[in-house]
Design a binder for this molecule. Structure first.
Ligand SMILES: Nc1ncnc2c1ncn2[C@@H]1O[C@H](COP(=O)(O)OP(=O)(O)OP(=O)(O)O)[C@@H](O)[C@H]1O
Length: 257
């Protein structure tokens, strides 16, 4: 778990806008270790989504660099968003194979990979269903399968559960953390939900308001098999982590504007 699969080295980002420059990211550095889930928690507007866009290469940083220790150009990073962005006219299986198709894989081979994921992660029998007939939680399951299908080294999760109801969200947090571990992926999770970060992450980075810096890095030492919703909420360590991150976010430079 100790080799970094991705390093963010002194990333800074300044946008030029009509009303003047916006310093979004001040100076952010971190390593994502192999097999780890790293959560980024920070106030609204501190540049979390911008950081993801820099990691995927959609944006070039103003300062610093991202280094990914993988040699499979273009297959390094998978992205899962709050909105599932499933294509409504495609069936579940044809949504899962989307990334593989784009990469030129033969349809039969792509469908075999998708079928394995669908069976392993609880949507067997729904292969031919349209997304509109599924619940929000099921749609997000399809979205994570689509992200995993092309076997990215790093998975970016941008508030993937925030549009779901509490119960569905709680179940999916555990499921997705388990799926990422089973598939031996490394992941970065953006979330506003401190409880979600503690439930899913091995490590949490707390960011300040913009221009953001890392205020704190916290290892979550609760074993994964003790992270079910009931055990967690009665674990004193959960409360200690929660309070400590909450207090970090009340710091003057981290207060939500
Ligand atoms: N293209 C752009 N031009 C100018 N300013 C921008 C641009 N993109 C983002 N910003 C600004 O940079 C800051 C960081 O935005 P970003 O969306 O990355 O924050 P965030 O931490 O993901 O926010 P939230 O938690 O609300 O989703 C914000 O103040 C935003 O207004």
């Amino acid at each position: 778990m100790n080799t970094p699969i991705l390093s963010a080295n002194a990333i800074g980002m300044r946008f030029e806008s009509a009303s003047g420059p916006v310093e979004a990211i001040g100076n952010v550095s971190f390593d994502l270790r192999e097999g780890e889930i790293l959560a980024l928690v920070g106030p609204s507007g501190c540049g979390k989504t911008t950081l993801f866009n820099i990691i995927t290469g959609l944006l070039a940083p103003s300062r610093g660099e991202i280094v990914i220790a993988s040699d499979r150009a273009g297959q390094d990073v998978g992205y899962m968003l709050q909105k599932d962005l499933l294509l409504p006219w495609r069936s579940v299986i044809d949504n899962v194979i989307l990334g593989l198709e784009v990469r030129g894989m033969a349809r039969d081979k792509a469908r075999a990979i998708a079928r394995d994921l669908i069976e392993a992660y609880g949507l067997k029998g729904f292969e031919d269903a349209r997304p509109s007939t599924l619940s929000g939680g099921m749609r997000q399951r399809v979205a994570i399968m689509r992200t995993l299908a092309f076997d990215p080294a790093v998975v970016l999760l941008d508030e993937p559960f925030s549009a779901l109801d509490f119960q569905t969200r709680t179940l999916l947090q555990q499921d997705v953390a388990r799926i990422i571990a089973e598939r031996r992926k490394s992941a970065i999770l953006i979330t506003h939900d401190i409880g979600e970060a503690i439930t899913m992450a091995d490590r949490i980075l707390v960011l300040s308001t913009r221009p953001s810096t890392v205020i704190r890095t916290m290892d979550i030492e609760i074993p994964r098999d003790a992270r079910d919703p009931i055990s967690l909420r009665s674990d004193q360590r959960y409360n200690d982590y929660f309070v400590s991150i909450w207090e970090d976010l009340q710091l003057p430079n981290a207060r939500v504007a």
